[in-house]
Design a protein around this ligand. Structure first.
Ligand SMILES: [Zn+2]
Length: 127
């Protein structure tokens, strides 16, 4: 566990705001940073159009959504140093989220660290 302070309030708010606009049942957004800490991109998950991937995952994820972290990796690849992911409920509050094994493997391939914003006492969970 690392202190949530690693992710600024501004970034957390951005992630929550964006996630709320996800078209999926599980509202998720992810933001990618390069090695300088600059933002490369920020996306929500989306309904998969081209991929027919069925994934079932333990924490708050199921179905055929294209994962936001995977979209970022597909777009920016090795330019990415860190990805922060966030899921919100209908009320807009943070909900538990973890990267799935497929995204974790993709991230590991590029040496990307995925950080999950987690609800609760100012803690986040790091993969
Ligand atoms: Zn995934």
């Amino acid at each position: 566990m690392k202190r949530k302070a690693d992710v600024s309030i501004a970034i957390e708010n951005l992630l929550k705001e964006k996630a709320a606009h996800s078209p999926c049942t599980y509202k998720i957004s992810a933001i990618a940073f390069d090695s300088k800490g600059d933002i490369l991109g920020h996306v929500t998950n989306s309904h998969s159009k081209n991929w027919n991937v069925l994934e079932k995952e333990k924490i708050g994820r199921a179905g055929t959504a294209e994962h936001s972290e995977r979209r970022l990796i597909a777009r920016y690849g090795s330019l990415i140093k860190t990805i922060v992911i966030c899921r919100v409920g209908r009320s807009g509050n943070l909900r538990p989220i973890d990267p799935c094994p497929v995204c974790q493997r993709a991230a590991a391939k590029y040496g990307i660290k995925i950080v999950s914003l987690m609800p609760g006492n100012g803690h986040q969970h790091e993969e």
